[in-house]
Design a binder for this molecule. Sequence first.
Ligand SMILES: Cc1ncc(COP(=O)(O)O)c(C=O)c1O
Length: 415
Amino acid sequence: MKSSDLFATAKTLMPGGVSSPVRAIKPYPFYTAHASGSHLTTVDGSVFIDCCMAYGPLILGHAHPRIRKAIELQLESGWLYGTPSPLEPMFAKMITGDHKGMDMVRFVSSGSEATMAAIRLARGFTGKKDIVKIEGGFHGAHDAVLVKAGSGATTLGVPDSAGVLSDLVAHTRQVSYNDPEALEALLKVNTDIAALIIEPVLGNLGPILPKDNYLRDIREITRAHDVLLIFDEVITGYRLGIGGAQELYDIRPDLTTLGKIIGGGLPIGAFGGRREIMELVAPQGPVYQAGTFSGNPLSLTAGIATLEWLHEDPTLYRDLDEKTRILEESLDTVHTGSFIRLGSMFKWFFRNEPPKNYSEVKECDTVSFSRFWKRMQDNGIFLPPSQFETNFLSSAHSDQDLATLAQVYKKCLSE
Ligand SMILES: Cc1ncc(COP(=O)(O)O)c(C=O)c1O
């Protein structure tokens, strides 16, 4: 069946025809038949160089042979036990070893679950009610954080969701990214704030990068006001380097949330942090958190294989960074917008000055973006279908892919 027919059927059976809103590309999304390395093949027979990479988890590319082998081996031993498995302490040791801000970790099944639990834990630890998030930051689709949320929510023009009680989001305060003074001012007048939750690099609007000392400033401000700092590293964890943004910028958050890459392409999430805080999580402490699929052997196996690979390849992150640098350089002569990159995260913004926060990124010309996006697709490149989503490269993107990308980007931006 063709993509158009599949979507016609799906729309009658599933809201918007999709399992997650950002996938509802107009007039219809392509349906993927299979994927390998840097490429997606559709049921219609088209082949795309993929720069969406499932929105971040696939740093080693699609269907990496070593990850597949690890999953296949695990399948022989079963894929869900409902009991602890030896994979859990093994994986916990790897993750806590890699993150200066994580003494202990709890595995969950998605990034949303991780941020939801981290916020509850911050409230449980501090006894305070409010949280602060960054305008345009996205932390999953649960009530407390669905306010001015980035990602698909901003793309579809619904950064706030119906069905979320206003009483509840009254406890979610917002400040602009890259504005430490705004945070300081808020924490001065509001003494009931449990935590600041922040994507250290705003992945769900771009990437948008922190100004020089911004992350250091917010670390000091939160500490001075007894407010916990939660780094949501669901995208940046193992993306910006082995130790994520906290290693790159040398910041020790109180709590960290992870997801995406640590599942090697299978569903996962994790939250962790300072021991004295994590010891409050049930059953050790009174902050309840639980899940049938938490720590499931398949996701852990895929995650362990991925992390092992990342540790073993000494040039992987440097090579990824070099790839986006080459791309940036090849677009030097295009002047219709701005390019932001960090490691393997990158984006072309339809705004002449690179945006620094939510209000600036919202000034981008989204009509031009949509036309550009379609031209890219017509030329065999699949980008996330939104001005407000990061593009990703993987270690599977070859020099040939890069040359094609540079040439097609240039052509489509110049048209
Ligand atoms: C920074 C960040 N936090 C949390 C989430 C939610 O993760 P999940 O989609 O696995 O629930 C996302 C998802 O894109 C994310 O980018």
